[in-house]
Write a protein that binds this ligand. Structure first.
Ligand code: 5GP
Ligand code: ZN
Length: 117
């Protein structure tokens, strides 16, 4: 593992170093519960490969992005919020308040969610 990956908490989670339970796992994507949930259901969906944010995805990454969305939908079913509804959020860059600089899509649900911003 590179120095960068060792410093990145989500790379370490994806590599299995933190013994985090995965809600869903595919070849290239994992989903796991957020450590500090902002809603009854709060799951992170991330690529196993390090990508800084959604803004760093290129034209060669369309299949990876589709896989991330597919996993988010599977998370919604597994967590029982596919009928009640859920929200996907991916912060990118300073104004968004992105804190973990490894692409992640928040899956939020389990209650009536407030305004987006
Ligand atoms: P951001 O603000 O970057 O969009 O969101 C980062 C998210 O990662 C936050 O919701 C935070 O609670 C979550 N998070 C940060 N560190 C960890 C960790 O070590 N484990 C898990 N499961 N979630 C984390
Ligand atoms: Zn990373």
């Amino acid at each position: 593992m590179s120095d960068h990956q060792e410093a990145c908490i989500f790379c370490r989670i994806a590599a299995g170093d933190m013994e985090t339970a995965f809600v869903v796992e595919t070849d290239r994507v994992v989903a796991f519960d957020d450590i500090s949930p902002q809603a009854p259901i709060h799951v992170q969906v991330i690529p196993k490969r390090h990508v800084d944010s959604v803004h760093e995805l290129g034209s060669g990454d369309t299949a990876l992005w589709a896989e991330i969305l597919d996993v988010a939908n599977r998370v919604a079913v597994k967590k029982g919020v596919d009928e009640s509804g859920f929200r996907l959020v991916s912060n990118a860059g300073p104004d968004s308040g992105q804190e973990v600089h490894h692409l992640h899509v928040h899956v939020l649900g389990g209650k009536k969610l407030g305004p987006i911003a």
